[in-house]
Design a protein around this ligand. Structure first.
Ligand code: SAH
Ligand code: SF4
Length: 341
C-alpha cells in the first residue's frame, strides 16, 4: 500500500492505464485531493465503485498528527507526529507577499553542522514525499488559507533525500495538484555537489540556496563537516554551471557567528569569492540555542559585514527574523520536545 499523497500525476496515469482505465482519472483524483481536499476515496463521486475499491486496495490516506502549535505575531510553528511516532517541524510565516512555509525534509540530519540543532539530533530516516507534502496541506487546513511559498529549510538535508524531495516538488508544483509555482519554492542545501548537478538538469524553476557560511575552506570545515567531502571550490564550480545552465540567480546563506566567520576580513574574502557571480547573499543572524555554545554576532558587526559586501557590490540582505520567541530555528522545537537528548 502506498500513500495517495506520494504519487506523482504521471505515475497515477500509468497506474490507471495498467488497470484498464483512462489516464484522465489521474487528473480527477488530483482534483479531489488538492482542490476539493477530500480525505477518503468514497467522496470521489465521479469515479466508479470499481475504481474506488481498486484505489482502496492500493493506496491509503496518510496524515500528520498535530502535537504542538506555537504562535507569535507573524509566525506559527508546528510540531507533527508521523505514523511511526517520529516528530517533525514546520514553520509558517506571514509575509507581505503571502504565506510561506518552511518544511522539514528528514528526521534529524547527518551533516553535523556545529551550529545546528538538527545536526545534533542524528538522522533517523528520510521523509517520504507525502510527509513533505502533508506539512503543506495540514498547515493550510489549520489556517484555512492558501500557502503561496515553500522553503525547504527545516530539519534535514534535502539533497541527502533527493528522490523523495524531487517527487514532492513534482506533486506540489503540478497544475492539477497544489500548483505552487516553482519560482515560489526555494530549496536550501549544505552543498552536496553531485546533487547540485542533478538539480540543474531537472528543468524546473525551483530556486536554489546554498548554505555557505564561510569564505574559505578552513573556516567552513571548522563549522561544516560536509566541507571535507565537497570543498568551496567544488561548490563554486557547480554553482557557476548551474547559473549558466538555468540562467537563474543563486542565494548564498551566511549565518553570522561571533568570532568564527564574522570578521571584516571574512567579509572581504567573501566579496572576492562571489565577485561577478549572479547571486545574492542572505546574512542570517544566528539563533542561539541552549545546547550549542556558539554566539550570534552583535548587530553592529552584522551591519559592518553587510556594508563591506555592499561596498564590493555584492547583492546582500539581512534576514528578517521570525519567531525567536517560538524557537523557530531549525530543529529547536523538536529538540525541546525530545527532552534535550
Ligand atoms: N540542510 C539544509 C537545509 C536546512 S538548514 C541546509 O543546511 O541548507 C536551513 C538553514 O538554516 C541553513 O542555512 C542553516 O545553516 C540554517 N540554520 C541552522 N541552524 C540555525 C540557527 N540556529 N540559526 C540560524 N540559522 C540556522
Ligand atoms: Fe543539516 Fe542543514 Fe542543519 Fe547542517 S544546517 S546540520 S545540513 S539541517
Amino acid at each position: 500500500m502506498k500513500s495517495i499523497y506520494s504519487i506523482k500525476k504521471i505515475d497515477l496515469e500509468k497506474y490507471f492505464e495498467n488497470i484498464g482505465e483512462k489516464k484522465f482519472r489521474a487528473t480527477q483524483v488530483f482534483e479531489w485531493l488538492y482542490r476539493k481536499n477530500v480525505s477518503s476515496f468514497d467522496e470521489m463521486s465521479n469515479l466508479s465503485k470499481e475504481v474506488i475499491s481498486k484505489l482502496k486496495e492500493d493506496f491509503y490516506f496518510n496524515e500528520l498528527k498535530l502535537l504542538v502549535r506555537q504562535e507569535d505575531e507573524l509566525v506559527k510553528k508546528y510540531l507533527f507526529e508521523l505514523s511511526d511516532n517520529n516528530k517533525i517541524e514546520s514553520v509558517l510565516m506571514e509575509h507581505d507577499y503571502g504565506l510561506s512555509i518552511c518544511i522539514s525534509s528528514q528526521i534529524g540530519c547527518n551533516m553535523g553542522c556545529r551550529f545546528c540543532e538538527s545536526g545534533r539530533l542524528k538522522k533517523v530516516r528520510n521523509l517520504t514525499a507525502d510527509e513533505m507534502l502533508l506539512q503543506v496541506l495540514t498547515v493550510e487546513k489549520d489556517v484555512k488559507e492558501r500557502i503561496s511559498h515553500i522553503v525547504i529549510m527545516g530539519i534535514g538535508e534535502p539533497f541527502d533525500n533527493y528522490d523523495n524531495f524531487m517527487d514532492f516538488i513534482r506533486i506540489v508544483n503540478d497544475p492539477y495538484g497544489p500548483a505552487i509555482g516553482a519560482r515560489h519554492i526555494t530549496v536550501s542545501t549544505s552543498g552536496i555537489v553531485p546533487k547540485i548537478y542533478d538539480f540543474m538538469n531537472e528543468d524546473i524553476g525551483v530556486n536554489l540556496a546554498i548554505s555557505l557560511h564561510a569564505p574559505n575552506n578552513r573556516v567552513r570545515s571548522d563549522i561544516m563537516k560536509v566541507n571535507n567531502a565537497y570543498t568551496i571550490e567544488e561548490i563554486m564550480k557547480a554553482v557557476k554551471e548551474y547559473i549558466k545552465k538555468t540562467n537563474r540567480r543563486v542565494t548564498f546563506e551566511y549565518i553570522l557567528l561571533e568570532n568564527i566567520n564574522d570578521s571584516d576580513e571574512c567579509a572581504k574574502e567573501l566579496s572576492n569569492l562571489l565577485k561577478g557571480i549572479n547571486c545574492y547573499v542572505n546574512l542570517i543572524p544566528y539563533n542561539e540555542t541552549n545546547n550549542i555554545s556558539l554566539k550570534r554576532t552583535k548587530s553592529s558587526q552584522i551591519l559592518r559585514f553587510y556594508d563591506i559586501l555592499k561596498k564590493n557590490r555584492i547583492n546582500v540582505t539581512i534576514r528578517k527574523e521570525f519567531g525567536r520567541k517560538v524557537s523557530a530555528a531549525c530543529g529547536q522545537l523538536r529538540a525541546i520536545k525530545e527532552g534535550e537528548k
